[in-house]
Design a protein around this ligand. Structure first.
Ligand code: XUL
Ligand code: CO
Length: 441
């Protein structure tokens, strides 16, 4: 049975192709900077947006037309798995990701929920025996059900803490069973809405205890995937504890958790925090903590998480710049935590949206790799900081300077010549590389 019978396997046909269902720039076998595009980009489909979501929003009902939409319960869950592996194969995506509740319905108690999960996980495992698509990461949804109204690990109620631990325990077991490369913690409601009813100190300590228990359990069962924290500053709570990479990093360091975690950096979460996507990737990278990426984009005119498919080439280029500088994503990947717009309800839009995202990151890879190869920014930056390679600058970076020697040096200075940062010029070079790459492919 086919769910997308009108769509054939999507192939690379190049930018001249008029076939909408083809890649214009993503050529999986093309070697860029010593690795294939497939290996650099490690694309992943987000199960929740593509197979579970129905397009409903706070103002209106679901709009998505889905070939499995008439089914319910476990039948619906099974059909989604069948549809998922058909889409994975037709797009030839190497990875997928899911929350527990995306793949199987919740039962009336924890035991029933486990039983439902076991049925679907067994079905997924069967598909994975022959499919090339692997599990990038899984996670537990600790935010949708009303029990999490006050948080999960940071709930005021210890029973909710215990229940949440059970769901993560099961999630790690599922991750191990399906060979997940990573396990994600996005602190869905780990934050607060008002300090008038919140013991912030206890909540944060409990969150650290929870993560330590997860580290211990992963070790106990031999789960060898990378644990990832996904920062987000707000939404659904007013203030999320994992605000951004820098805040989450110092939290992890404070509780000696940093060696066990890396970050899953999401573009739209970065912009919600008032940062660029590149900023968050840079902070993670220079601290050796860049684990994986939720590849999407927000909207400058909207103040919430719109999870759009990434099509902004400027942003994909600068993201790939960081990823290339990181030497790739290791066990991580580019997961399309992105949803088709509510008006894009046709099943074909699922393919077209992924094609748009994959092509946009392929362009980003090509441009970024050329920028790095030509040392466009590297040479500029090396030159900009050259005063630290000799004299007093070298004394500073090599630890020989103190306030006495610095003052003596300062007293010898008459005028300090500063040089232009050339921001506009650098941006115009970036544009030239973008345009050049687009015309040369
Ligand atoms: C929410 C979000 C999540 C995480 C996984 O904003 O990004 O879907 O990626 O829980
Ligand atoms: Co995400």
């Amino acid at each position: 049975m086919s769910y997308f019978e009108k769509v054939n396997k999507v192939e690379f046909e190049g930018p001249q192709s008029t076939n909408n269902f083809s890649f214009k720039y993503y050529d999986p076998e093309k070697v860029v900077n010593g690795k294939t595009m497939r290996d650099w980009l490690r694309f992943s489909v987000a199960y929740w947006h593509t197979f579970t979501a129905d397009g409903s929003d706070p103002f209106g009902a679901g709009t998505m037309i889905r070939p499995w939409g008439h089914l319910t319960g476990l039948d619906l869950a099974k059909a989604r798995v069948e549809a998922a592996f058909e889409l994975f194969e037709k797009l030839d995506v190497p990875y997928f990701c899911f929350h527990d509740v995306d793949i199987a319905p919740e039962g009336s108690n924890l035991k029933e929920t486990y039983a439902n999960l076991d049925i679907i996980v067994a079905q997924i495992r069967d598909y994975m025996k022959t499919s090339k698509t692997k599990l990038l990461w899984n996670t537990a949804n600790l935010f949708t059900h009303p029990r999490y109204v006050h948080g999960a690990a940071t709930s005021n109620h210890a029973d909710v803490f215990a229940y949440s631990a059970a769901r993560v325990k099961k999630g790690l077991e599922i991750g191990k069973e399906l060979g997940a490369g990573n396990y994600v913690f996005w602190g869905g409601r780990e934050g607060y809405d008002t300090l008038l009813n919140t013991d912030m100190k206890l909540e944060q300590e409990n969150y650290a205890r929870f993560l330590q228990m997860a580290v211990d359990y992963a070790k106990e069962i031999g789960f060898d995937g990378q644990l990832l924290i996904e920062p987000k500053p707000k939404e659904p709570t007013k203030h999320q504890y994992d605000f951004n990479v820098a805040t989450s990093l110092s939290f992890l360091q404070k509780y000696d958790l940093a060696p066990h975690f890396k970050f899953n950096v999401e573009a739209n979460h970065a912009t919600l925090a008032g940062h660029s996507f590149q900023h968050e990737l840079r902070v993670a990278r220079i601290n050796g903590m860049l684990g994986s990426v939720d590849a999407n984009q927000g909207d400058q005119l909207i103040g919430w998480d719109t999870d759009e498919f990434p099509t902004d080439l400027y942003s994909t280029t600068l993201a790939m710049y960081e990823i290339l500088k990181n030497g790739g994503l290791g066990k991580g990947g580019l997961n399309f935590d992105a949803k088709v717009r509510r008006g894009s309800f046709d099943p074909n839009d699922l393919f077209l949206a992924h094609i748009a995202g994959m092509d946009s990151f392929a362009v980003g890879l090509l441009v970024a790799s050329q920028l790095i190869q030509d040392r466009v920014f590297d040479d500029f930056i090396v030159n900009r900081y050259k005063s630290y390679t000799e004299g007093i600058g070298l004394d500073i970076v090599e630890g020989r300077a103190d306030f006495h020697t610095l003052e003596s040096h300062a007293l010898t200075l008459s005028q300090i010549p500063n040089e232009s940062g050339r921001e506009e010029h650098l941006k115009s070079i970036l544009n030239q590389y973008l345009l050049k790459t687009l015309t040369e492919v």
